[in-house]
Design a protein around this ligand. Structure first.
Ligand code: MIC
Ligand code: SF4
Length: 645
């Protein structure tokens, strides 16, 4: 029986476990990446592990999220991360170099290698044929220290692409179309593997746009084959030597297949406030735009920005629109500066800002109250832009640039005219934005800790009787942005969990933190797909700091579930989802014999007030049970457990 590309890469990296979907396996991690907003926790945890040089082939610490530096906190975090990078042989990418995923694709991604990143959009590397997975920070720290990562062997969904995209339709429309079909939980437990003739018409950066937003499907990752386009891309980056051809066997067997005819697609947009709330631009109609933003790790490549520049050249941004552009990397910006495209953008009236995440994570450029903002980004959760009342639509760079000129959401197929593809470019490198990991010296390099950097919270062993008061009952698709909001006001406190925890669930229930403090030990009740979105560990660490010991939900998103377990917080699922209705804030849940019950698949929870017993599922692996009993992964490692399967 032929093999999928996913299972070929998993097999060549298998450390232990059986390669059967649903089973727990451990794989070797070749490369890791971190960014600064999750990175400070990663490196505090790495320091707690007392290691020397990292064991991976390459680990990179990027600074791209918290670059506003409105106070000392961001800069202190950068200095801390740089010092830890020097101690342990991690390559350091300075602020200004660009967005981690774009930079990793350009400089370090290698087909067939595994990459683990403390950011949910790490699967961007799948555009190059890597098996690139997003994870919680502690898992990335352990991968750096010990070289392995445990995950559930996934199902593989084949996305079979045929035909080719028409002008004004781009890779972004492909993934928006797939999100419309599969929804934000359609990828859970799956790797999306792209195949078919249509793949040949997509460049590596197109493919990376698609694998990037596979995160919005909840997929473990997404991957494209490595072919001549991959070789061309690597060559343009001066790295042709890294090229390896890779594909699934012709007779590979997939768990499911989704067929997408590229030639039938039209411009799409995700409407507020979810990436799967997708419709065609033409159905949505010509709504008036106040802001247009082009950039983010999804759509900030050379080709994306050149397409925007070509559309804007010789035209003017509509007087009522603020157009903001954040290039993906310093080398892209350098090319645009040299070839004149930057001048075309500025001439048209664009605001060109730093090569960083910026507006995507609410780090500046928040739109005005009630604004419509058209963004080429990947997430449009309510309030993520920094303006709760704004309506954010996710669109392609072509749609964004054209709409910036017309002032309304515009379908380029109907109103755009001719569109020439951008000329290929070579990407000169000078390494001036990076600090090499060579000559690292763990003993003699001090860790630089600013006053805002506080130790991460640690849990205690699971008690025999767990009694917890429900402090919040939430609905379906709660995001980690809902649990631990992030914007320019809060991002400076990513290294200060005690302070950050005051804002936990702020936008859903402002009294949450206070109620937790009053309750002592508490529980959260959730709906389906609890914890989707960002990999931020803070969505587990802040509740941990507030005394949350249990989350009972209808289902969980993969990374958040792992982060809860790593923190020693029990992620249980309802035996009968209808029991969700029986619980509300103030209900007390009691699990007798919690330590013993954990090994059973089904566990009894007594509602103190009514005496009723409800069933919860505890689908944990042996490794997860040990972590939960000990109160989290760090406790397990400290107690001599390897963290291995
Ligand atoms: C995001 O896009 O939400 C982030 C910011 O990149 C996060 C990480 C974070 O919360 O710091 C992610 O996607 O993992
Ligand atoms: Fe940065 Fe936005 Fe990409 Fe997250 S989604 S890594 S915030 S650009």
């Amino acid at each position: 029986m032929g093999k999928t590309l996913t299972y070929k890469i998993l097999e060549s990296h298998l450390i232990s476990g059986e390669l059967t979907p649903g089973r727990e396996i451990e794989i070797r991690v070749d490369q890791t990446l971190t960014q600064d907003s999750t990175g400070t926790m990663v490196y505090l945890q790495l320091e707690a592990m007392d290691i020397g040089r990292v064991t991976t082939e390459l680990s990179v610490a990027y600074i791209d999220h918290n670059t506003l530096q409105t106070g000392f906190e961001n800069a202190d975090d950068h200095a801390f991360i740089e010092s830890v990078a020097k101690r342990h042989g991690i390559l350091f990418s300075k602020p200004g170099n660009g967005i981690c995923h774009q930079l990793h694709l350009e400089n370090y991604g290698v087909p067939g290698k595994t990459l683990l990143g403390s950011d949910s959009h790490t699967p961007t590397g799948g555009g190059l044929g890597m098996l690139a997975i997003g994870a919680g920070g502690l898992d990335v720290a352990v991968a750096m220290a010990k070289g392995g990562y445990s995950l559930t062997a996934p199902n593989v969904l084949k996305a079979e692409l045929t035909g080719r995209l028409r002008p004004w339709v781009s890779a972004k429309d492909v993934i928006l179309f797939i999100l419309q079909k599969l929804s934000v939980k359609g990828g859970v437990g799956r790797v999306i593997e792209y195949a078919g003739d249509g793949v040949l018409s997509l460049s590596v950066t197109d493919r990376a746009t698609i694998t990037n937003m596979g995160a919005e499907l909840g997929a473990t990752t997404s991957v494209f084959p490595s072919d001549e386009n991959t070789r061309e891309y690597l060559k343009s980056q001066g790295r042709e030597g890294d090229y390896v051809p890779l594909s699934a066997d012709a007779d590979a067997v997939y768990d499911e297949t989704l067929r997408v005819d590229l030639s039938a697609l039209v411009p799409m947009a995700a409407k507020p406030h979810s990436p799967d709330n997708v419709d065609t631009v033409s159905n949505i109609g010509e709504i008036k735009a106040d802001q247009v933003a082009i950039g983010s790790c999804t759509n900030s490549s050379y080709t994306d920005l050149m397409k925007a520049a070509a559309i804007l050249k010789g035209r003017r941004v509509h007087p009522d629109v603020s157009l903001v552009i954040s290039p993906g990397s310093s080398s892209i910006l350098r090319i645009l500066a040299r070839n004149g495209a930057l001048a075309d953008l500025i001439d048209a009236g664009a605001r060109v800002i730093e090569n960083a995440c910026g507006p995507c994570i609410g780090m500046g450029q928040s739109p005005r109250s009630g604004a419509v903002s058209l963004r080429t980004f990947n997430r449009n959760f309510k309030g993520r832009s920094g303006t709760a009342g704004a309506s954010v639509y996710l669109v392609s760079p072509e749609t964004a640039a054209l709409s910036a000129v017309t002032g309304v959401l515009t379908d380029g197929m109907k109103k755009g005219g001719a569109l020439e593809p951008p000329a290929p470019a070579a990407f000169p490198k000078n390494g001036h934005f990076t600090v090499s990991p060579e000559g690292c010296d763990t003993e003699n390099t001090p860790v630089v800790m600013g006053p805002n950097i506080k130790p991460f919270p640690r849990n205690t062993q699971l008690p025999d009787v767990l009694e917890a008061v429900v402090t919040l009952r939430a609905g379906d698709n709660i995001t980690t942005d809902d649990i631990m909001p992030s914007d320019s006001r809060l991002l400076p406190y990513r290294s200060n969990v005690p302070r950050l925890s005051n804002y936990c669930f702020e936008n859903i229930d402002a009294g949450f933190a206070e109620r937790c403090r009053e309750s002592g030990v508490s529980a959260i009740v959730g709906g389906d797909n609890y914890g989707q979105g960002s990999s931020r560990e803070h969505a587990a660490l802040a509740p941990l700091h507030l005394g949350v010991r249990l989350v009972l939900a209808k289902s969980f998103a993969r990374i958040h579930r792992a982060n809860l377990i790593n923190s020693g917080i029990l992620p249980l699922t309802f035996g009968d989802p209808a029991d969700w209705d029986k619980l509300s804030a103030g209900t007390t849940l009691i699990i007798e014999d919690a330590r013993k019950q954990l090994s059973a698949r089904v566990l009894n929870i007594r509602i103190k007030e009514s005496g009723e017993i409800i069933k919860a599922r505890a689908d944990f692996s042996a490794l997860e049970i040990s972590m939960l009993l000990l109160g989290g992964k760090i406790n397990m490692i400290k107690s001599g457990g390897s963290g291995r399967v």
